[in-house]
Write a protein of this length. Structure first.
Ligand SMILES: [Zn+2]
Length: 65
């Protein structure tokens, strides 16, 4: 499997290309290359994880409940 565990997506434009340090820290600012929106790495990862959890809930039912 080669998929990333967490795929980050811009909440503003849906883009998947971002500028961020090679070893981003939670407080580092990540900038969307598509629309220029920025957020902290932590905010983006939290949002991505929330999306994944929502998807998993749909895919495998109530294992997280
Ligand atoms: Zn964007």
């Amino acid at each position: 499997m080669s998929e990333n565990a967490v795929e980050i997506t811009c909440a503003n434009c849906g883009g998947k290309d971002f500028e961020y340090p090679s070893d981003p820290q939670p407080d580092d600012v990540v900038t969307c290359t598509g629309c220029g929106a920025s957020a902290t790495y932590k905010e983006i990862i939290d949002a991505a994880e929330a999306q994944i959890v929502d998807q998993l809930k749909k895919d495998i039912g109530d294992i997280f409940s």
